[in-house]
Design a protein around this ligand. Structure first.
Ligand SMILES: [Mn+2]
Length: 317
């Protein structure tokens, strides 16, 4: 028997959203600090996950909801959680996972609310929620531009803005750079560092930064059809990487498909490199012009050789 009525339950989406709108700077900073401490402590076996540095290894079992860039789009986050009924699933089934591929803030007008909800979910379901790092959660020397987050914090928290922003920046360093689902998927925000040989290269990308480009490529790179190996990225950070890089790196890591976010797609998703790369973009609205957002809801045990086979599990909204 549950102690809470549906709406009062700490995991009710409606309640989370209300809290997200009501939270003050002090309480927001406290939540960020709690999440940072939790992320700092995560290592080794945690349920279905094995944490190595800033890489999450997952056994190919259970159900996973994989969400791409949100960029302050609270409405899309609510819609995704609502139509998948995922909060209830997280609560009922331990083998259910929610993976956010990063880029929570900037662009959209609700970064505080989006951060509040994803961080709260991490604290509520630590063994089931994975928070990845996007280029908008990058290290000090790789800040995106424009970076409106401090401005949004200022508008919302006034005098408590600096404190909240400082703590959020500290939390960025604790987010995950990569998720590897054995024999199946590599999940990153941006792209593949071409010199990747082992999962350690990705797991400790944060440590080797900025001497090696691992972290920069993971957060910033994009797949390209016209490039064979790599080329300069118009973003000014990361690279454009070709199919040869994708084949080689996925082969070395023993996985079939790269799942990533980072690029707006008209249909919410896009497939590149002969089905080896799936891009998901999970937000809508300005300043992007995609008609649909999309996310992936898939059984990790199922085996797919090609992203085309994932299309039935991609939900457009
Ligand atoms: Mn991005």
């Amino acid at each position: 028997m549950t102690r809470f009525s549906k709406e009062q339950s700490p995991t009710s989406l409606r309640r989370l959203v209300r809290e997200a709108f009501e939270v003050n700077g002090e309480d927001f900073t406290r939540l960020v600090t709690q999440a940072t401490q939790l992320l700092c402590k995560e290592r080794g076996k945690i349920g279905n996950m094995n944490i190595v540095g800033k890489l999450v290894e997952m056994k190919p079992s259970g159900q996973a909801l994989i969400v791409g860039d949100l960029h302050g789009d609270l409405e899309s986050l609510i819609q995704i959680l609502q139509e998948t009924n995922f909060l209830e699933k997280l609560q009922k089934t331990a083998n259910t996972f929610l993976i956010f591929m990063g880029d929570y803030g900037d662009r959209g007008i609700h970064p505080v609310e989006v951060y509040y909800i994803v961080l709260k979910l991490k604290l509520l379901f630590p063994k089931q929620v994975v928070l990845m790092r996007g280029n908008h959660e990058g290290p000090e020397d790789l800040l995106p531009s424009p970076h409106e987050l401090p401005m949004h914090f200022q508008a919302r928290f006034r005098r408590e803005e600096t404190e909240a922003y400082t703590h959020v920046r500290r939390m960025f360093d604790q987010l995950y750079s990569a998720v590897l689902v054995r024999d199946r998927y590599l999940i990153v925000h941006g792209g593949l560092p071409p010199q990747t040989h082992t999962i350690q290269d990705l797991a400790y990308a944060c440590v080797s930064h900025p001497n090696q480009a691992f972290l920069e490529d993971l957060l910033w790179s994009d797949p390209d059809e016209a490039v064979e190996e790599t080329s300069v990225s118009p973003r000014g950070a990361g690279k454009l990487f070709g199919k040869k890089v994708t084949d080689r790196v996925l082969g070395r890591l023993g996985v079939k498909i790269l799942i990533r976010g980072h690029e707006p797609c008209e249909e919410g998703f896009r497939i590149n490199h002969d089905g080896k790369v799936l891009t998901l973009f999970s937000r809508k609205g300005t300043p992007y012009f995609n008609t649909y957002g999309a996310y992936l809801n898939v059984k990790l045990s199922e085996r797919f050789e090609n992203a085309e086979q994932l299309i039935p599990y991609i939900h457009k909204f």
